[in-house]
Design a binder for this molecule. Structure first.
Ligand SMILES: NC(=O)c1ccc[n+]([C@@H]2O[C@H](COP(=O)([O-])OP(=O)(O)OC[C@H]3O[C@@H](n4cnc5c(N)ncnc54)[C@H](O)[C@@H]3O)[C@@H](O)[C@H]2O)c1
Length: 258
């Protein structure tokens, strides 16, 4: 019996690490992939023993690096779950977006998922596995970070493309769209405004923001047998942000129930 493997990109980061931890409950081995090898090694060591968590270095925007990483991962067992989690946003407005930023954000947040999927396709066919793409609420509506948002919207569509074309092999593809999650990616904004998370909460129906563990639980569900009939969807984990706005509902309805 070959070991069932889950592979998480950007797994040295806060959300990726939480996903890696959760997927260890349903896989023999979790491969912790990151561009930063020391950080990936330290995340893997913190998560557990090396027969459960293995670190691999990879720049997911580089095809040769992805091919080498995929080969190494497939030698460790059979990849049943691929989580495309590595991602980052650069410029906050379209006005500040250079062509380099546009291309870099698209390479990391969209094209990388295509490269990793194609590199691991054979194993995913063998295992009738699934792909989970970590998108964002920015892929569903405009909240700033244009190049990143366009790439995340593309990632949601790539999810459907995989679901429709590879469904005949038993491969499922789904996306998760987190709202604000407090991670290292927010460091600069939290320094600029220490109240940024408190300020954000008023826009969320639940008056709270999601945690990395909330995102990991959604990924765990979508990767598992209970989601066997679910493919091609994007599941927001956003505490109600994309469901609607209470302040606008109040203005429109003039009802104090909002
Ligand atoms: N934090 C949020 O509020 C939030 C909201 C919605 C979606 N997301 C998405 O969740 C995912 C994880 O975000 P996070 O907040 O944990 O970020 P993070 O910055 O904490 O972690 C990202 C990780 O990706 C790695 N990485 C960056 N470029 C890479 C590359 N080229 N190849 C391989 N690894 C690379 C980094 O080294 C880092 O460890 C991202 O896709 C992000 O867009 C985050």
């Amino acid at each position: 019996m070959t070991r069932s493997v889950a592979l998480v990109t950007g797994a040295a980061g806060d959300i990726g690490r939480a996903i890696a931890a959760r997927l260890a409950d349903s896989h023999d081995l979790v491969v912790v992939v990151d561009i930063d090898l020391p950080a990936a090694r330290s995340a893997a060591a913190d998560l557990g023993s090396d027969d459960r968590f293995q670190a691999l270095q990879c720049d997911v925007t580089d095809e040769a690096s992805v091919a080498a990483m995929a080969k190494a991962a497939m030698a460790l067992g059979s990849v049943r779950t691929l989580v495309n989690n590595a991602g980052a946003a650069r410029a906050v407005s379209l006005h500040d977006t250079t062509s380099e930023i546009w291309r870099a954000d698209n390479a990391l947040n969209l094209e990388a998922a295509f490269l990793t999927f194609r590199a691991l396709e054979e194993d995913l066919k063998k295992t009738q596995g699934s792909v989970i793409n970590i998108a964002s609420v920015n892929g569903l509506a405009v909240f700033g970070h244009p190049a990143y948002s366009a790439a995340k919207a593309g990632l949601i569509h790539l999810t459907r493309l995989i679901a429709v074309e590879y469904g005949k092999f038993g491969i499922r593809a789904n996306a998760v769209a987190p709202g604000t999650v407090r991670t290292q990616a927010w460091e600069a904004r939290a320094v600029a405004n220490p109240q940024v998370f408190e300020d954000a909460k008023r826009w969320y129906a639940l008056r709270r923001i999601a945690t990395a563990a909330d995102v990991a639980n959604a990924v765990f569900f979508l990767a598992g047998d209970e989601a066997q009939a679910i493919t091609g969807v994007c599941l927001p984990v956003d505490c109600g942000l994309t469901a609607g706005q209470t302040e606008l509902a109040h203005t429109f309805s003039q009802s104090d129930h909002y």
